[in-house]
Design a binder for this molecule. Structure first.
Ligand code: SF4
Ligand code: SF4
Length: 122
């Protein structure tokens, strides 16, 4: 687990604030529908149906959103290097895998920077 806790993912995204996780924890089908519409629009797809909005977080043992568990390239890369997150990686600032996954998510980038400082690599 990284020094910021279990809910900060390998990529820096805070799963605690993720609407898919909140909908899952609350078992809120209306919220699942809302997140489904929002993410379909955001990612220009129609495959993120409400039944796919089920996730308890990237580092949890529970159910996970299919993209985060099966398609995200960050976790396999981080764990193959023996790290807890990208914050430990010397390639973080130039990594194209990381950019492709978190894009312009400034909060995720800031979380990685904070972890980097906390583990003395910043
Ligand atoms: S792993 Fe789950 S909770 Fe975390 S960002 Fe992905 S969908 Fe949201
Ligand atoms: S190479 Fe990129 S994705 Fe892999 S651990 Fe380093 S920063 Fe993260």
């Amino acid at each position: 687990m990284n020094s910021m806790g279990k809910m900060i993912g390998y990529c820096g995204i805070n799963c605690e604030k993720c609407e898919a996780r909140i909908a899952t924890i609350m078992n809120d089908n209306k919220m699942r529908e809302k997140v489904s519409r929002k993410w379909c629009e955001l990612f220009q797809t129609d495959i993120i149906t409400p039944d796919k909005i089920n996730c308890t977080g990237c580092r949890s043992d529970g159910v996970k959103y299919f993209f985060c568990s099966e398609m995200c390239k960050i976790k396999p890369c981080v764990t193959s290097k023996g790290y807890e997150s990208c914050a430990e990686c010397s390639e973080m600032d130039s990594c194209t895998i990381l950019v492709a996954e978190i894009g312009e998510n400034e909060e995720a980038k800031d979380n990685l920077k904070i972890i980097k400082q906390m583990c003395g690599r910043g």
